[in-house]
Design a protein around this ligand. Sequence first.
Ligand code: NDP
Length: 296
Amino acid sequence: MTEIIDGSAVAADVRAEVAERVETLESAGVTPGLATVLMSDDPASETYVSMKQRDCEEVGIEGIHVEIDADAPAEELYETIDDLNERDDVHGILVQLPVPDHVDKRSVLRQIDPEKDVDGFHPENVGRLVAGDARFKPCTPHGVQKLLEAYDVETEGADAVVIGRSDIVGKPMANLLIQKGPVGNATTTVCHSRTEDLDGKLADADLVVAAAGIPEFIDGSMLKPGATVIDVGINRVDADTEKGYALVGDVDYDSASETAGAITPVPGGVGPMTRAMLLYNTVKAAGIRHDVEVDL
Ligand code: NDP
């Protein structure tokens, strides 16, 4: 029987844990605060930010939202970040990506105080992650790690294949899987668009983390029987639904669930975990800032 890895359920557990830590902080006189900054007219980005704000409310984190005109000069965004860096009530800062073309993404990420960088994208935090001393793990790979932990997936000694090498998913995911310690110790291969013989690599993989952004391109026949499949992909495809589209992963769920030992659905797999881990990092940031032991 293939096990369905229920990200919505695990994310609910993480949110409950976060809500408890919020109470610990409150009893020490600290209300954790997360600032979201949106510099975009993209409706998808607007939706993501409003979901993040709603999530904050649910667990008792104070949401602060700043919108900047997408045509405004880059300096306006840098000044906004500077102000948020200075504010005592702001413990986490998230600039919704992508930023407009005239704004240099790397400079934006470097501008955020590393102690408030709850996305974990600042070079200092990337370096700490690689060094095995993570302060904030990026939310999506951290969420995957939590799912593997929740379902007792053995990573030690496993052959893992990560498909995708982006800064936000593939690279940090691979880094976490090779770390010494729990939910690590895997022998990890990172695949990308120039990889030759992806099929051969998948055929030997005990664990597959798919993050290429290509709808349903991995099917069951490509997987090792019994493999654990974590589908990070979220792809919009035309469908006969009310909205005119459906969301699918990078993995063809129906055929993959015939071969896999365990698999995440899309939606309801990694997506809710990504959102939950942002709250986790925010509470952790507040604990660090005010020297309150939140044990995260
Ligand atoms: P990017 O587009 O930044 O990266 C995609 C990666 O896939 C690249 O490294 C690319 O290789 C690689 N790739 C492309 N084609 C192939 C191929 N044929 N075989 C192997 N590798 C290939 O995407 P992201 O990492 O930002 O996101 C990946 C997916 O995950 C998207 O669907 C996105 O929507 C989703 N996502 C989901 C999240 C969640 O919470 N569930 C969070 C973040 C993203 P190359 O580097 O050579 O171009």
